[in-house]
Structure formats: structure tokens, C-alpha cells
Design a protein around this ligand. Structure first.
Ligand code: AMP
Length: 213
């Protein structure tokens, strides 16, 4: 099963991906996670991507597409995958169809309102060691600002402040129309409300996946 999880930052893609991995055992490929790790390790790609990411802009298509192509050549994705955060532009969607003969099975779009996105992202805190996401209000750690598993201090992603979040959402909505249209025409687009509680979102996704089997 080749699935794309699509939606603005803060739509809950990470949470849904986690539930989908547990239920279906598919590898999860998040371009945001790969890029953050490249930045952290100060690789050539990381150095090129850093400024774009910190200002909430998209990293150029050529860089991201090469990165995804290389990830999709690994043996663990033979039986399928969940792509999260890619494609973000129509050009990336076309490149993906070139990389994968037959294309993807479904693009699941988590449609989410601006208020919900800002509330979720400005409250998000992340463990620098294991990458677990918390939320100050919705999902606080047991001890204030300390990861439950690693016992290290949580941090706020530099792009999770309100101004950058609104910019990321704006960029996202502008760019995403092309991708949505691309998969709509192919009959592969599934719209799901990302404003719903994560359990309710997941049960809609489960129905979509069952219908593919
Ligand atoms: P995310 O964690 O998906 O919100 O991604 C964080 C940042 O990484 C984005 O704001 C972009 O700067 C960059 N990024 C992630 N995926 C892509 C992509 N498919 N194309 C371009 N830039 C991306």
C-alpha cells in the first residue's frame, strides 16, 4: 500500500502516521524528519535546507525530490509506505509518479482550520532525543517539560512560533491546491477532517484503507 498523508503543518499527520504504523506495519517516511536530521548532522543537504526551514519556506523541489528518491530505493519500502510531508507541490507529485511506476494508491488529505493549526503547533514541545511530540495543554509530559521516556528537557521547534506557523500554513495552502488537484483528477484523493479528535480521524482512515484491500 502506497499512501500519502497530506495536510497542513499541525493537521495531526505525525499522530495518524504513528497509529497507521502500529495497525498496518508500513514504514513511515517524513520529509520534515529527514530534513531536520540532515540539519542536525550538518550535512551538505542540511546546510542548504536550514535557512528555508527556519523561515517556514519550502526547500527547493530538486533537493527534496532527490532525497525522497534515494529513500524509496531502500528495500524496506517494497511492500508500501506512508509518505508524510511529500509531495508538497505539483512538481513533486509529478516527480513521485516518475519515481514510482503506477504511482501511489491513495492521498489522504487532513483538512484543518487555521485556529486549530495555530493552537496545536504553538503548544507543541519535542524531545530532542527520541523525537516524541507533546503538547502543553492537550498532551503534557508527566513532569513539566521533561520527556516521559528519555528524562531530558523538551524544546520548541524554531518554526513553531505563531508568525512562522501562520506563514507555513499560508505557503502550504497556496502550494497544496496543485497537489490536491493532481490526485483528485487521478481519483486518488480522500478528504478527512483534521479538526476532529485523533481517534475519530483514525477510524475514517481505517475505513479508507480497508476499502483498498
Ligand atoms: P514538516 O515537519 O513537514 O512541517 O516540515 C518542516 C519543514 O521542512 C517545512 O516547513 C519545509 O521547510 C521543509 N520540508 C518538509 N517537506 C518538504 C517538501 N516536501 N518540500 C519542501 N520542503 C519541505
Amino acid at each position: 500500500m502506497r499512501l500519502i498523508l497530506f495536510g497542513p503543518p499541525g493537521a495531526g499527520k505525525g499522530t495518524q502516521a504513528k497509529l497507521m504504523i502500529e495497525a498496518f506495519g508500513l514504514p513511515h517516511i517524513s520529509t520534515g524528519d529527514i530534513l531536520r536530521s540532515e540539519v542536525k548532522n550538518n550535512t551538505e543537504l542540511g546546510k542548504k535546507a536550514k535557512a528555508y526551514m527556519e523561515s517556514g519556506k519550502l526547500v527547493p523541489d530538486t533537493l527534496v525530490t532527490e532525497m525522497v528518491k534515494s529513500r524509496l530505493s531502500s528495500s524496506d519500502v517494497k511492500n508500501g509506505f506512508i509518505l508524510d510531508g511529500f509531495p508538497r507541490t505539483e512538481g513533486q507529485a509529478r516527480s513521485l509518479d516518475n519515481i514510482l511506476p503506477g504511482g501511489i494508491d491513495r492521498a489522504i488529505y487532513l483538512e484543518t482550520s487555521e485556529d486549530v493549526v495555530v493552537q496545536r503547533l504553538t503548544g507543541r514541545r519535542v524531545c530532542p532525543k527520541c523525537g516524541t511530540n507533546y503538547h502543553l495543554k492537550n498532551m503534557p509530559p508527566k513532569k513539566d517539560m521533561i520527556c516521559d521516556q528519555c528524562q531530558v528537557g523538551l524544546y520548541q521547534r524554531p518554526d513553531d512560533n505563531e508568525a512562522t506557523v501562520k506563514n507555513r500554513l499560508h505557503v502550504y495552502l497556496q502550494e497544496s491546491e496543485g497537489v490536491l488537484g493532481y490526485y483528485r483528477v487521478q481519483g486518488k484523493l480522500e478528504n478527512v477532517s483534521g479538526d476532529l479528535d485523533s481517534k475519530d480521524v483514525f477510524s475514517v482512515i481505517q475505513k479508507i484503507i480497508s476499502s483498498l484491500k
